[in-house]
Each structure stands twice: as C-alpha cells, then as structure tokens.
Design a protein around this ligand. Sequence first.
Ligand SMILES: [Zn+2]
Length: 290
Amino acid sequence: MSLSFSAGDLTIHRVIEQETTFLPALEMFPDLTPELLAENRAWLRRAKALDDADVLILCFQSYVVKTPHHTILIDTCIGNDKQRPTRPNWHMKTDDAYLNGLKAVGVSVDDIDFVMCTHLHPDHAGWNTRLENGRWVPTFPKARYVFAQTEFDHWTTQNAKTEVPTFVDSVLPVVTANKAEIVSNDFTIGDHARIIPTPGHTPGHVAFAFGKSKDSAVFCGDLMHTPLQTRYPQLSPKFDVDPAQAAVTRRNFLERYCETDTLCCPAHFPSPSVGKIRRKGNAFTCETVS
Ligand SMILES: [Zn+2]
C-alpha cells in the first residue's frame, strides 16, 4: 500500500490512524436508496469502500506535505485519551498507531511547521493536543496551527451554548498556548499553500490547495467521505450541517478539478485514498494513483 506520493515539488505522505467500518451506507446517506446502493455495490466492494454487510469503510488519516520550505500536517485524526463516548473506536484510545505512522514516514512531532485543519470535528483535530500531566498540550510544539476564522467562530458559538468536547480539549488549548493562527480565506503560506472555502459539511470547512503557481495537490477533508459521492455528488451524509450547500460545494469542487493533474486527497477515502478526478457520465470518478 502506497503511503507516499510526489506532485510537482511536493512530497505527500499518508499517516493512517484507523481504516475501518464506520456506518451502514443507508444510514449515513439519507437520500441513498437500496436500489442505488445495489447498482453500486460491486465496485464499492472492489474499492474496499464497503463491507459485506453494506457498512462503509473509512480511512482516518492525516497527510504530511513537504514543500521546499515547510513540513505541513493536514488534519490530525482522532487522538488519544479523548472522551468520545458516542464513538467506541475513538473513545479514550491509548494506542500508538498514529505516532508510529508519523515515524514511519520519517517525521517527528518537532518537524511539523504548520498544522492545518480542514474543519474542527473530532476526527480532524484530535492529535492537535495530547495529555501531559493531566493537561492538554499541543502535540506539535514548534507548529503554528491554522484554523479558518468562520469555522473557529462557528464552534465558539456552539461551545457557548453547550460544551463541545473537541473544541475544549483539542482546539482551545492550542489557542491558550499561543500556537493558533485564526485566518481568513486569503491566507497563504508563501506561494505554496492556499485556502479554498468549501462550506456545507461544516460552515467554515475549507480545502487546502498546494503547489507553486498551480494546484499540484488539494486536501479536501470531509467535502466527501466515500467514492460513491464522486458518482453522486448530491449525496450528503446525515451529519453535513447544511446538506444542500454541501452538495453544491461538492459538485463545484469536482468540476473544478475534473480532468486536471491535481492530486485529490480526501480525508476518508479507502486506501490508497489519493486520486485524480475524471468525468464519468453526468458525474465524476476519483481514479486512484499509487
Ligand atoms: Zn471526518
């Protein structure tokens, strides 16, 4: 299984924390009918995106991007010691899969210059922090953590109404440690990294495009969760905050990168996860590369 890719002057590594069953496809997508699932079952199973019981298989991973100047971590997965009682696979985890995965691609926590979160859900911000002597501290001590302003504001408002555990244990401690860069959508890292607003899954969800003068790679977080959505961009999972907006964002994104050389790196597609967007009938496909 390939964990590393080149694109332009970038090197991209995958760091996998879990690759496992998540939710039944029909439960995750309220608009998915049994008939449509049946039409797509064979190729989804071949792609290892669906198991024998029609449960979707998702990869939970970060991407490490090395530009000529920086080492950047995109999303930080689930994390250890976090109270996530509604998700048994995430709850009070103590394994070393993630930190070993970083080591396996030759990266230490001290090497990360920037952490960039596509959005602030528990499986994208978890390793932002780790527990040290009963306190949450930044896992990547030398990194600036990039959070989109709209996303940060959204969770600030939610957290004021009802405590949001991920915001409290994985985002606010980074702010307290003065490591956060809360940025608008014109944020860039030199001429190598840019933000593409991709609202819908959450109000401030963003994608990150990398590459000098062109988008060599794009990291699109939870803009889509499974390759089924490239064929049917209108399918929004039940937890998209604004399903209609997410569907429009998804189609626009796929159209933007369709038939280009840009490596598309979604957070949750099954291994090898990374691919190029190609036209397929009235929709798209993500042709994996290895
Ligand atoms: Zn996610």
